[in-house]
Design a protein around this ligand. Structure first.
Ligand code: FAD
Ligand code: NAP
Length: 315
């Protein structure tokens, strides 16, 4: 028989952990499911400098603190890779790879994953020089030269992080202007270990069959192609929503981001969405936790207002 909770929260990143804190502190029974270690993208971030209350904190440390807070009021943290949610009106059925849960309400907090470039050599040299996580893999390139692809916050911030480990970082961006926040840009421009190749696309990852040896670069203004020697290629070209399992609910836009109102409610009563998985402009830890708090409270209101009338009268 499926285990039953007031609320099942899917994803234990900052958004899901905050929803768990608020819902369990409001005395709801809460299952917090994740298919990996709690913390979400914070585990891939070295230093966080824009989370209020801390001048700077390491991502995994903030993840641990948030987790301790989330389970402090009784939320159960459980392993589970969620494959589907069935809306049965007053309750929802959540299926993982090897279990089933029933809940009055669900909070989807599954975040996003890194977009791939889809170029030759990218897949082949994954884990052998191609990486999507500087914090995880940067140390393998100590004393070497690496390339970073992209011009957003992730690319520019991680380029600065890599520059503290490797000899040289070359950021290759498809335009002549970065998308990243100015403070991150200024820091990267001031770092003499970081240089930029503008108006250029990486079209192929080159290797010797064992590991990455370089990249092929196309200047999209002049159409000139060149090759650049490198040991590592760190790819930060954006994010894709982790919503394949929920598309059938009709709550996503064409790209797969979940649409909610300002109470984090989706168009299906009792199903909420928070954090990076939502359609929105600013994907940050602060926005994720803010939305988690709102959903935690809204779930409480929802569960209270859907109690059978007898149970309400006996209260
Ligand atoms: P996530 O953190 O992505 O967590 C989602 C969780 O859901 C994951 O644990 C995942 O395993 C789980 N999950 C996914 N699908 C399923 C499923 N089907 N079943 C079960 N579990 C599932 N923001 C800042 O504010 N400051 C920074 O300095 C900063 N640096 C960053 C650096 C990098 C390299 C990146 C990529 C992002 C950075 N961000 C930063 C953004 C920030 O990390 C995200 O906005 C934030 O983590 C989003 O939180 P979330 O809880 O919505 O999702
Ligand atoms: P992003 O903001 O979507 O930026 C993606 C970058 O990759 C853009 O510069 C884009 O170029 C480029 N790009 C996209 N597709 C490409 C392709 N096919 N080939 C080459 N380049 C391509 O993604 P992100 O940097 O990963 O950031 C994701 C979210 O996390 C953002 O909301 C960000 O603010 C947040 N974040 C915050 C921090 C922080 O606060 N410190 C750190 C990291 C991430 P164009 O510019 O030309 O579109």
């Amino acid at each position: 028989m499926a285990k039953s909770y007031d609320v099942v929260i899917i994803g234990a990143g900052p958004a899901g952990m905050t929803a768990a804190l608020y819902a369990s502190r409001a005395n709801l029974s809460v299952a917090l499911l994740d298919r990996g270690i709690y913390g979400g993208q914070m585990n891939n971030t070295a230093e966080i400098e824009n989370y209020p209350g801390f001048k700077s904190i390491m991502g995994p440390d903030l993840a641990q603190d948030m987790y301790d807070g989330a389970i402090n009021f009784g939320a159960e943290y459980l392993y589970g890779s969620v494959e589907s949610i069935k809306d049965l009106g007053d309750h929802k059925l959540i299926k993982t790879d090897d279990d089933e849960f029933e809940a009055k309400a669900v909070v989807i907090a599954t975040g996003s994953e890194y977009k791939k470039l889809g170029i030759a050599g990218e897949k082949e040299y994954g884990g052998r020089g191609v990486s999507y996580c500087a914090v995880c893999d940067g140390a393998f390139f100590k004393g070497k030269e690496v390339v970073v692809v992209g011009g957003g916050d992730s690319a520019v911030e991680e380029a600065s992080y890599l520059a503290s480990i490797v000899d040289k970082v070359t950021v290759i961006h498809r335009r002549d202007q970065l998308r990243a926040q100015k403070v991150l840009q200024d820091r990267a421009f001031a770092n003499d270990k970081i240089n930029f190749i503008w108006n250029s696309n990486v079209t192929e990852v080159l290797g010797d069959e064992k590991k990455v040896t370089g990249v092929k670069v196309l200047n999209n203004k002049t159409n000139e192609t060149s090759e650049l020697s490198t040991s590592g290629v760190f790819i930060y070209v954006g994010l894709l929503p982790m919503t394949e399992s929920f598309r059938n609910l009709g709550i996503c836009d064409d790209e797969g981001w979940i649409i909610t109102d300002d109470k984090m409610a989706t168009s299906v009563p009792g199903i909420y969405a928070v954090g990076d998985v939502r359609k929105k402009d600013l994907r940050q830890i602060t926005t994720a936790v803010g939305e988690g708090g709102i959903a935690g409270q809204q779930v409480f209101n929802y569960v209270e207002s859907h109690k059978p009338s007898e149970a309400k009268a006996n209260k």
